[in-house]
Write a protein that binds this ligand. Structure first.
Ligand SMILES: Cc1ncc(COP(=O)(O)O)c(C=O)c1O
Length: 435
């Protein structure tokens, strides 16, 4: 059998040649470090020995968290089956119980492999339970890449090539309560799907007034309120569920990303027995009508159970406290830079720094030879590229490249956050000198 070392030696180029040359090419062009060869104390290390702190967010517990890795290893060393022919998988059962108890609001869980599958499950739940056609999302939303979830995607390259989209899927303007009330008033809406804090849309928290309205209006008009907590849930916002503090608990929430501890792909849609019954409760066939083969596998459930153990109350408190101080340090360090908008957005360890695009032809994509990207801000990618060299892997919001997105692992050392805030200022100053 080929060794791991040998796979890693040639596998990066195999990815370029056999998976997606564009992703490889984009990373190369943007100066993103690619050839990571090992994880060490939560960080990732390049071939040349340089370690980078990953602010992407998916590895919320750090790369290869020892307790989560140990749980997976213990499962593999046991003789427990991974997949149960009846589908009655005790590991999925126990994980569902733990998620429901932790949520304090739900008593049914559907498992899948990605955030997109989880959103898809919520859309199908809503359609099946209400038998209504319309599904509403918000302007600049990001909900995933399956047909249903992509239909709710912000217009642009992630959505445009795949039309015609799911009939009945529509976008509502951001924060517009009147538009929401008008749409729901028509009585044919199955669900409203929102992110408590939009990630790709620019690290925008849903305004409180809108949260109140969407909670009340969905209830009044019998539509499901779906909270896509793929980004905000499992601790990123400083809470197990960001929507837990809303005036009404959403009818369904979706968790993914770090649910598998960064080591196993798993997502979950949590809902109530009442909605499940309405959607899938007619008979046995109904009860199986939305199911995926590997949704019920023990390995990913074991990883998620370990991740739930790691995500205890002290860790959530740490994310809240350090998130607030990191936000303040960034604002303080960047204050006065002409390339800083003046505000740092977000909650917990989900922060965004809106930057100011310099009005200088040297730093436009047209000038850099990429007319297809004309009009897109270069400032975010430029700052990220400079930060790679300082040992931070940061990135920009998918729908808004002027926003630098900072999503550290939950156990990141405080000193690293302070250093990033200072280094970010140094890089903004260096760019400001030229433009
Ligand atoms: C809010 C939100 N929902 C859904 C998804 C889709 O998740 P996945 O990429 O695991 O399919 C993402 C992915 O980033 C997301 O940010």
């Amino acid at each position: 059998m080929e060794t791991l070392e040998s796979i890693m030696r040639g596998g990066f180029e195999d990815y370029r040649d056999f998976v997606n040359p564009w992703i490889y090419g984009r990373a190369e062009l943007a100066g993103e470090p690619i050839r990571f060869v090992r994880a060490e104390a939560g960080r990732v290390v390049l071939e040349d020995g340089r370690a980078l702190e990953d602010f992407h967010g998916t590895q919320a517990f750090g790369h290869r968290h020892p307790a989560i890795a140990a749980a997976i290893r213990a499962f593999l060393d046991s003789d427990a089956p991974n997949w149960f022919p009846s589908r009655v998988n005790p590991f999925a059962g126990r994980l569902a119980r733990r998620l429901c108890e932790r949520s304090g609001a739900y008593d049914r869980v559907y498992f899948a492999c990605s955030g997109s599958d989880g959103v898809e499950a919520a859309l199908k739940l809503a359609r099946a339970a209400t038998r209504r056609p319309r599904i509403l999302g918000l302007d600049r939303g990001y909900h995933g890449c399956t047909f249903g979830s992509v239909s709710l995607m912000h217009d642009g390259p992630f959505r445009e090539p795949f039309g015609p989209h799911l009939p009945g899927a529509e976008h509502l303007p951001w924060g517009d309560v009147d538009a929401l009330a008008r749409a729901l008033g028509e009585g044919d809406v199955a669900a409203v799907v929102v992110e408590p804090v939009q990630g790709e849309g620019g690290v925008r928290e849903l305004p409180e007034r809108y949260v109140d309205a969407v909670c009340e209006l969905t209830r009044r008009h019998g539509a499901l309120l779906v909270a896509d907590e793929v980004q905000t849930g499992m601790g990123r916002s400083g809470h197990f569920l960001k929507s837990a503090s809303w005036p009404r608990r959403p009818d369904a929430v979706i968790l993914a990303k770090q649910l598998g501890g960064g080591l196993a792909p798993i997502s979950a849609m949590l809902t109530t027995g009442a909605w499940f019954e309405r959607a899938y409760g007619a008979d046995f066939e109904d009860g199986e009508s939305h199911n995926m083969t590997m949704s019920y596998n023990a390995l990913t459930a074991v990883a998620a159970l370990a991740a739930l153990d790691v995500l205890d109350e002290p860790l959530l408190a740490r994310v809240r406290a350090l998130g607030a101080s990191f936000r303040a340090s960034l604002a303080e360090s960047l204050r006065g830079s002409p390339l800083f908008s003046g505000e740092v957005r977000g909650v917990g360890f989900m922060l965004g720094v809106p930057l100011v695009q310099p009005d200088h032809p040297w730093v436009s994509f047209e000038q850099l030879g990429f007319p297809a990207l004309a009009g897109r801000p270069t400032i975010g990618p430029l700052v990220a590229a400079r930060l790679y060299r300082r040992g931070y892997f940061t990135f920009v919001c998918g729908h808004d490249w002027s926003i630098l997105r900072l999503q550290p692992r939950f156990d990141v050392p405080e000193a690293t956050l302070l250093a990033l805030a200072a280094d970010c200022r140094r890089e903004l100053d260096a760019i400001a000198e030229v433009v």
